[in-house]
Design a binder for this molecule. Structure first.
Ligand code: BG6
Length: 302
């Protein structure tokens, strides 16, 4: 528990930010201010919950999520970095990169004048497996917890050679039921369909969820809305520095195989709209260059 008292001394904010050990070896920052509450695991700088005052939770966390060091947490906002999905050439490297399963460092935390709480995390150099990622870089995740949730993932190339960068804020949202929702904002956009072997297709109208959906929408910086008639709300995902949007619901067979969605019907209560740079939109970061992927999450009644 030594780490926790040091963290609380250095970054705790009385009545607003406290660090606790939520499970063995899993330290979580708990934020509570007048506008919202949130919790963020230091492993992966993984935001697990967010709820604005007097509103429904904005982020989905599986009731069966396991808080275990070294394992990715099912739900919240996993940070996929420095590649998205399977590695381009190395089948043995972890899916969605290594950043989500290693410990990040808190480097800043303060109350903002508007009443929000700001907290920033950095991926320590020592947490980067050199065999998987030999590129010198600095990676930071800034989170602002207020009436809306803001997250910014900043990658800086501190070396002298360019490197490829794939990434995503892989956000899980709670929904009343897959039958009641659609995602709008991607009409006419081309996508890679992971369900049919990465075929290139084009979206027509809104996206519904009558079966498994696993798509990487390309060349789009558009905001997306999750319109949920069962919960009477619209969730808005507005982003910059992100050229891909991934939309995912595993449906019953894959969710059962993964085994951490709660009951058999757990998959019906979530969907992911991920702000990414993936597939054809993987970036190249030149020496000295910095890239920021930022997203604002909000909701309103229908
Ligand atoms: C999505 C991918 O982003 O993440 C899916 O498009 C994948 O193909 C899903 O199944 C979950 O990945 P993981 O590694 O967290 O189980």
């Amino acid at each position: 528990m030594g780490d926790i008292s040091v963290l609380n001394q250095q970054f705790g904010i009385a009545g607003q930010l406290e660090f606790i050990e939520a499970a063995p070896g899993m330290i979580v920052a708990q934020i509570n201010n007048e506008q919202a509450s949130a919790s963020i695991a230091l492993q992966g700088a993984h935001l697990m919950t967010f709820q604005a005052r007097d509103q429904q939770p904005l982020i989905w966390m599986s009731p069966a999520a396991k808080l275990v060091p070294g394992k990715s947490i099912r739900g919240g906002v996993p940070v996929c970095w420095p590649w998205f999905g399977a590695h381009a050439s190395e089948a043995g490297f972890p899916a969605h990169g290594f950043a989500r399963t290693v410990g990040w460092k808190v480097v800043d935390a303060r109350p903002l004048v508007g009443g929000e709480t700001f907290i920033a995390f950095e991926l320590p150099q020592t947490a980067i497996p050199q065999a998987q990622w030999p590129h010198p870089c600095r990676v930071r995740l800034n989170i602002t917890v207020g009436a809306v949730l803001e997250m910014a993932l900043v990658t800086e190339n501190t070396g002298d050679a360019a490197f490829p960068l794939g990434e995503a804020l892989h956000t899980y949202f709670p929904i009343s039921d897959v039958d009641n929702v659609c995602v709008s904002g991607l009409d006419g956009v081309a996508y890679r369909d992971k369900v049919t072997g990465m075929d290139l297709k084009q979206q027509s109208g809104d996206i519904g969820f009558p079966s498994e959906v696993d798509r990487v929408y390309l060349d789009t910086e558009a905001s997306c809305d999750i319109v949920d008639t069962g919960a009477n709300r619209r969730i808005r995902v507005a982003k910059s520095g992100s050229r891909s949007t991934v939309v995912w619901n595993p449906w019953i067979e894959k969710a059962t195989k993964m085994g951490d969605f709660g009951s058999d019907t757990g998959y019906r209560t979530m969907l992911c709209v991920e702000s990414a740079n993936a597939a054809e939109n993987v970036l190249t970061l030149a020496p000295g260059e910095s890239h920021t992927l930022s997203v604002t999450y909000s909701n309103e009644a229908l």
